[in-house]
Design a protein around this ligand. Structure first.
Ligand code: CMC
Length: 431
């Protein structure tokens, strides 16, 4: 078969360059522009990477127009229905669904690493009592890089695997303790007799005086949220982990940079905004007024939890989580109903109103995950922490993939310089 190429002509000089086209296994092909600068002396310009594949990856596939999300080729709908978060972690890391022996070995290994070094525990005390839990997460996770000198050779696949296990395993403990610290409650140590998600809920809500009574619907709902947020290909935080890791930096430090990126309101903070918005609407009792504001060109207000940069048809994760949201709220009864009623009303309007239909604005995953987390009693500032808890496996799978990719180089984007022309230094007394 002949290889596809694209020929680019510089209209100013008539010079041409033939650029190879790389076909993926699914989705759009990519033009290889690496020879462009050498041949024509140009860079490509694409702020925000709107049309640039920064790497090749075999982990996650998204088709935003068709509303498709797959991890390692498995549709998210099937994983959400049949799998668990820990099994999805295995799948993302190793590329295949585990046998029962592989899964039980993996679960055992993950459990073995669940405690934190006692010296790391003392790091929490250095934060102000009112520190945002994400600030604590960035600091404490980065500090892990000071603890594991037995596995720092990032070129060694076994060292990378040990680091991956440690991160997945310690993340629930680090996350739950960031919450406990803000409350001033004693840290709860992990209980390895429990499942991954249940253990996290116990570390958050249990105290030495009162045991946490497990609600199986909460465990399943949180596990589902973790599955749905486990990876989303080259998003801002994952790209951050890849870029910082590309210098062969310590993996814990690279992931800490990813946590920092996720913290931003344009990335991991959206579900928190959804709940704040639903609460204001519920308080005002006037859904229509907010909808009118969202449609008003002169008002910057937007309906939080609606629309998506990639999914322009529907967000497949939203469909799945909507069902769980209904189930959970039906079980919990009246207490959470005001927020949910507002949510249902907004949902109805979005499917009937021309403004939303024309612009393909559908409720996204954050619309429902915010409601679920709120109903479970998880405070708003912990929402991005839950996102980080889920995404840890995505970050580490991408980092690992990058480290064994022979095409991988240190990330070093170029720029379009728009500054001053060369000029001479002026002595201070002459300025
Ligand atoms: N409410 C009202 N109008 C909206 C909304 C909204 N939530 N989102 C987009 N629009 C309008 C926008 O005003 C524009 O209208 P017009 O064509 O008349 O100028 C049109 O829809 C297209 O919007 P856009 O800003 O070009 O779309 P985008 O792809 O750049 O933005 C978005 C995507 C998610 C940033 C945006 O829809 C938004 O701000 N949504 C609310 C915040 C939110 O829920 N974010 C979470 C996203 S899911 C997170 C994840 O997957 O990690």
């Amino acid at each position: 078969m002949t290889k596809r190429t694209v020929t680019l002509t510089d209209n100013a000089t008539g010079k041409q360059v033939e650029l190879p086209v790389h076909e993926g296994t699914h989705g759009p092909a990519a033009i290889d522009v690496r020879s462009l600068y050498k041949e024509l002396g140009y860079f490509t310009y694409d702020p925000g990477f709107m049309a640039t594949a920064s790497c090749s990856s075999a982990i996650t596939y998204i088709d935003g127009d068709k509303g498709i999300l797959m991890y390692r080729g498995y549709p998210i709908e099937q994983l959400a229905e049949h799998s668990t978060y820990l099994e999805v972690c295995y799948l993302l890391l190793y590329g295949h669904l585990p046998t029962s022996t592989e899964l039980s070995d993996f679960s055992r290994i993950v459990k073995e690493h669940s405690m934190l070094h006692e010296a790391l525990r003392r790091f929490y005390g250095g934060f102000r009592h009112d520190a945002h839990p994400m600030a604590i997460m960035v600091g404490v996770f980065g500090a892990l890089s000071a603890f594991y000198h037995d596995s720092t050779d990032v070129q060694n696949p076994r060292h990378r695997e040990i680091s991956a296990h440690r991160m997945i395993s310690k993340m629930p403990t680090i996350a739950a303790w960031s919450y406990k610290y803000a409350l001033g409650q004693p840290f709860m140590y992990p209980d390895n007799s429990l499942g991954y998600t249940e253990n996290f809920l116990r570390m958050m809500f249990s105290t030495p005086t009162t045991a946490y009574k497990t609600n199986p619907t909460f465990v399943r709902a949180l596990d589902l949220i973790l599955i749905l947020h486990a990876d989303h290909e080259q998003n801002a935080s994952t790209s951050t982990v890849r870029l910082s890791g590309s210098s062969e930096a310590n993996p814990f430090a690279a992931v800490s940079a990813g946590i920092a990126s996720l913290w931003g309101p344009l990335h991991g903070g959206a579900n928190e905004s959804v709940v704040r918005m639903l609460s204001s609407i519920a308080e005002s009792g006037n859904v229509n007024q907010y909808v009118a504001r969202a449609k008003d060109k002169d008002d910057p207000f937007r309906l939080m939890g609606f629309g998506h940069r990639v999914y322009k048809n529907f967000d497949p994760r939203a469909k799945i989580i909507r069902k769980m949201c209904h189930q959970l709220l039906a079980e919990l009864g009246a207490e959470n109903q005001p927020l949910f009623e507002v949510a249902l009303e907004l949902e109805r309007i979005a499917t009937e109103d021309e403004y939303f239909i024309e612009r393909k604005l559908y409720p996204n995953v954050d619309f429902y995950s915010g409601i679920i987390l709120r109903a479970m009693g998880i405070p708003l500032n912990m929402f991005p922490v839950i996102f980080a808890l889920a995404r840890i496996v995505g970050w580490i799978s991408h980092w690992n993939e990058m480290m064994h990719d022979p095409e991988s180089r240190i990330g070093r984007p170029r720029q379009l310089y728009t500054g001053e022309q060369p000029r001479d230094y002026v002595p201070i007394e002459q300025r």
